[in-house]
Write a protein that binds this ligand. Structure first.
Ligand code: FAD
Length: 378
């Protein structure tokens, strides 16, 4: 089969790898507008279960990816200078660039051609010249835009602003830090992803953003301001920029996932708020499901139909949980009167995926603390 993939991110490369590993006869080309060493952002996180899926799908890349992982089992909530750790939550982190390099090397090993520095805008000729055309071109997908009549996307730009920094302050565990200032509430989502660096994403509502005057600040002024807000948490470390800019989260859904021989994958197809840390996981798992559909169906239209039928309900469940989490962060200021333990409890249960009893199983000490405090208050 001749397969053309637009986008050399996790979704596009991993799908190429799985298809080529299953059948070396496939002729696969990936078009990527950036160079092999360019990337945005810092590290990404995976939940424990993702790893088993990767092991089963492609043991070679799984071994390399997990060899580089920073792993932890705690979520920390920092509020009013108190740090609450909740244990029993398995996560791992890896630098995005490191993940991309591993996947690029695996593509190379299998004989998949990646054409870097090649931005594809005229899609029609590409679509007609291949058997399968994959739009894995990320959240602002050109493929989705050009074929909007077929995919019928539903896009929602969310009100909160966020910016993705790095720092050499090491956060051992997924750490959610809240700082109340005169301007409003800032939340930071941080985690260590290698031995020297953590991701540090800062989020605030639009009023806080306007009050702080970020619209008139340079990048350096913005960083200085935020280093001051999180001074105690960063313990003297700087915020590191990688062309980091304030953005609004774009929630993406599509009514149709494919038409003819064209399909969307990863962020081009759906997004889930970064607070549940599953964008890369979902992109890789999309690739696994789509590749499996081709094992069961040689015919492209049947494989694509099966992909949509199987995968859509899974994604809808994730998006529902991620939406609850996103709304929580959009309204974070309403929870700041809670004690640190109460805030930690509300945060852990915010998306509806973890309930009281699950939390008790994962961390009985935390639940005992929470229950004692609730009793003392009532
Ligand atoms: C602030 C923030 C924090 C995040 N944190 C996490 C996290 O902790 N854990 C996690 O799992 N995920 C996280 N994510 C999400 C994660 O980055 C994405 O979900 C993931 O990268 C999706 O993979 P993808 O392959 O679908 O898209 P992308 O990684 O976006 O890849 C798409 C590729 O297509 C290329 N491209 C686009 N258009 C064209 C074109 N016309 N021609 C050629 N090439 C093109 C782009 O250059 C890009 O390389 C975060 C995202 C953000 C914004």
């Amino acid at each position: 089969m001749k397969i053309t993939i637009i986008g050399g991110g996790p979704a596009g490369m991993y799908f190429g790898i799985l298809m080529k590993a299953a059948d070396a006869g496939h002729q696969i080309t990936i078009y990527e507008r950036n160079g092999p060493d360019d990337t945005f952002g810092w590290g990404v996180v995976f939940s424990g279960r993702t790893l088993n899926n990767l092991r089963a799908a492609d043991p070679a890349s799984h071994a390399e990816i997990t060899g580089d992982f920073a792993a932890w089992e705690n979520v920390d909530v920092a509020h009013r200078d108190e740090n609450i750790s909740i244990h029993g939550n398995s996560f791992s982190g890896i630098a995005r660039l490191r993940l991309l390099k591993i996947l690029q090397r695996r593509c190379d090993e299998l004989g998949i051609e990646i054409k870097f520095h090649t931005e594809i805008t005229d899609l029609k000729s590409f679509v007609s010249e291949c058997d399968l055309f994959v739009g894995a071109d990320g959240v602002n997908s050109t493929v989705r835009q050009k074929f909007a009549d077929q995919f019928k996307p539903d896009l929602s730009t969310r009100p909160n602003k966020y910016v993705w920094y790095g720092t050499h302050q090491l956060f051992h565990g997924l750490t959610l830090t809240f700082r109340e200032t005169r301007e409003g509430v800032f939340a930071a989502h941080s985690y260590k992803f290698d031995t020297t660096t953590s991701t540090f994403i800062i989020e605030c509502d639009p009023h806080t953003w306007t009050n702080a005057g970020f619209d008139e600040m340079s990048d350096a002024e913005t960083r200085a301001h935020l280093e001051n807000v999180f001074a105690r948490d960063l313990a003297g470390h700087q915020l590191l920029s990688n062309n980091s800019k304030w953005i609004n989260f774009l929630l993406v859904r599509n009514a149709n996932w494919y038409f003819d021989n064209v399909v969307l994958l990863g962020d081009a197809l759906h997004t889930a708020h970064f607070s549940i840390g599953s964008g890369t996981k979902l992109a890789l798992e999309d690739a696994i499901t789509l590749a499996q559909c081709f094992r069961h169906n040689a015919e492209v239209s049947k494989a694509l139909r099966q992909f949509e039928t199987e995968r859509k309900p899974v994604i809808e469940t994730y998006q529902a949980a991620a939406e609850e989490s996103m709304l929580w962060f959009e309204n974070a200021k309403d929870f700041m009167q809670l004690t640190p333990i109460e805030l930690a409890y509300v945060l852990m249960t915010r998306s509806g995926r973890i309930d009281h009893e699950t939390l008790r199983r994962r961390d009985p000490n935390f639940i005992a603390l929470y229950e004692n405090q609730s009793k003392a208050k009532s």
